[in-house]
Design a protein around this ligand. Structure first.
Ligand SMILES: Cc1ncc(COP(=O)(O)O)c(C=O)c1O
Length: 551
């Protein structure tokens, strides 16, 4: 006789399985769609960041962290102190002001500490100072307090697309136009109406809102997507930067645990499956710059512990991926947001949408669009931009901001947008792939011919330096580049941002200096390599050092 309880138990188990299994299945799908690296696991990355102990190399270790023999360490030491001496003398005033300002300027302390991998940082800062103050700019150059001119490869974090004088003109002309009204807020300068019309045309979208920074534009786009879909989660891709606001910057850098955000793999069928099956996804954020290094963060030199940095741009693969994303977002009612704060206009006046041939539901812009002044912009379909519901008038999606549509910013933007239509500016945006691809190829040929372990990869005019041989010292290149008069931002060799005002001759001058700098670095022994040195061995060694420090 069977136990009468058995069928009941089985039924209950089956019912539980029906309830639990789909959930477990969806959870598994989500796990599969995460990038295997720490960049795909924000929570774990945060834990590792909290665990990792600080330690610093002494002088002996600083020059032989790769177990280089004494003669190589001595060669490096001589090279280092010669370089430090040159920079300290040549840029004395800029360095003195930087040192004096450092104590009261948090950002300067932060950027100064994170120019190179942290174990090298204290010794480096003690001996090799870098000035952060400049006094003038002209054409392609920036001049520091000592009157030393650098060729500017910082690109002003991406703002400087057409050359610094272009923005100087936008601001001057914008000021002239805004002056009769002055800094009046709450009502609009007529430039606003012009900008709205022009941005609607350029974005192919129905409505526009103005904000004070790219971060704010992304915040508002995400908030609207959540409001209209009534769903909680956003999808961002591993490594992608969308500003420093909580939800789009989960993991290290943000003290709060990740909330309502899925960080998924770019270019992955697993991700498409998640988008097809989950019901809680409001929007997907795409930063087109990630096409240069999918699933990895912006390549800063503070993370350049070995030569594992990879970058390379495949246009066909990017288009295929974006089209697949578009399709699934349309099918599932997920808002597709292109975050063009960085790349907008650098890929042409129609931005990433026109360049890749994919229409987004919302687009964020910023940086260059302000004509040199701070700005953030959201463009979107009318149904997504609306901030209230007629049928539920108290259920709002509030977003304003005291300085939104500031007249001085709006007039500078108007000048920017007008000039975008002029032949000289159009010429600067013509044949982007051909012009910049050829330039990168030329530089790579020179580097290869000179037998240097350095290459560049590029998307339009945004370059990344990569390294072909395992080494612990690649980050030193930023200082040799500085010695050759090339100005990089604090992230170092990971980001060289050219303005489109660089002509062939100016680019070739930069290329010659890059080769020259790398030759000097090679001559000083930094790229000496023992037979056992691999990128994996470097990473293992670092882990051993961290464990020894911790326990
Ligand atoms: C793609 C992207 N989105 C958003 C932001 C944030 O813009 P902002 O620095 O103006 O807040 C940035 C800044 O670099 C960015 O590159």
């Amino acid at each position: 006789m069977t136990d009468p309880l058995t069928p009941t138990l089985l039924t209950a188990l089956a019912a539980a399985a029906v309830l639990v299994l789909p959930k477990a299945h969806r959870r598994l799908q989500l796990s599969l769609a995460k990038h295997p690296s720490l960049h795909g696991h924000a929570r774990m990355a945060q834990r590792v960041a909290r665990w990792l102990p600080g330690f610093a190399y002494d002088e002996a270790r600083f020059f032989a962290a790769d177990e280089a023999p004494p003669e190589v360490a001595t060669q490096r030491r001589h090279g280092f102190h010669r370089l430090a001496g040159t920079l300290n003398t040549r840029h004395a005033k800029s360095i003195a002001m930087t040192k004096a300002a450092r104590e009261g300027l948090s950002d300067l302390q932060f950027t100064g500490a994170y120019r190179v991998p942290f174990p090298f940082s204290p010794y480096l800062r003690e001996h090799l100072a870098v000035g952060s103050f400049v006094q003038a700019s002209d054409g392609l150059t920036v001049t520091d307090l000592d009157g030393e001119r650098f060729i500017d490869l910082t690109g002003c974090y991406g703002v400087n697309l057409f050359g610094v004088d272009f923005y100087r003109d936008c601001i001057a002309e914008g000021l002239r136009r805004a002056e009769p009204l002055g800094p009046v807020l709450g009502h609009y300068h007529p430039a606003v109406a012009f900008n709205v019309e022009r941005l609607k045309r350029l974005s192919g979208l129905d409505e526009v809102s103005f904000h004070m920074s790219g971060t704010e534009a992304v915040m508002q786009a995400v908030r609207l997507a959540r409001y209209h879909t009534r769903r909680s989660h956003i999808v961002r891709f591993a490594g992608a930067y969308h500003g420093w606001w909580e939800d789009v910057q989960p993991g290290p850098g943000n003290p709060m645990p990740p909330k309502n955000v899925y960080t998924l793999k770019e270019r992955s069928e697993d991700t498409l499956r998640v988008l097809r099956t989950r019901r809680d996804i409001a929007c997907v954020l795409v930063n087109p710059l990630q096409a240069l290094h999918p699933n990895t963060p912006a390549p800063g030199d503070s993370g350049l512990v070995d030569s594992g940095r990879r970058a390379g741009y495949d246009k066909a693969a990017t288009i295929e991926w974006l089209k697949a994303l578009r399709e699934v977002c349309t099918a599932r009612g997920i808002v597709l947001i292109f975050d063009e704060v960085f790349m907008g206009f650098r890929l042409g006046e129609g931005g990433a949408q026109a360049y890749f041939g994919v229409q987004a539901d919302m687009v964020t812009y910023g940086k260059t669009l302000g004509g040199g002044l701070p700005v953030g912009v959201v463009c979107g379909r009318a149904a997504l931009m609306k901030r209230w519901r007629a049928e539920r008038p108290a259920d709002l999606c509030f977003a304003r901001g005291t300085f939104n549509a500031h007249p001085y910013v709006m007039t500078a933007m108007q000048v920017f947008l007008e000039r975008l239509e002029t032949p000289p500016v159009k010429a600067m945006l013509a044949d982007i792939d051909g012009v910049w691809g050829d330039r990168a190829a030329r530089l790579n040929q020179r580097l290869e011919a000179a037998g240097l372990p350095v290459r560049v990869a590029q998307l339009a005019s945004v370059f990344t330096i990569t390294y072909t041989e395992p080494s612990r010292y690649n980050w030193m290149l930023q200082f040799y580049l500085r010695e050759r008069g090339l100005l990089l931002s604090w992230v170092g060799s990971g980001r060289l941002i050219f303005s489109h005002a660089f002509d062939e001759a100016a680019f070739d001058e930069v290329a010659a200096r890059v080769v020259d700098a790398a030759r000097a670095m090679q001559a000083d022994g930094w790229w000496w390599r023992g037979p056992a040195l691999t990128n994996q061995a470097i990473r293992r060694g670092l882990l051993r050092e961290a464990l020894a420090e911790r326990f």
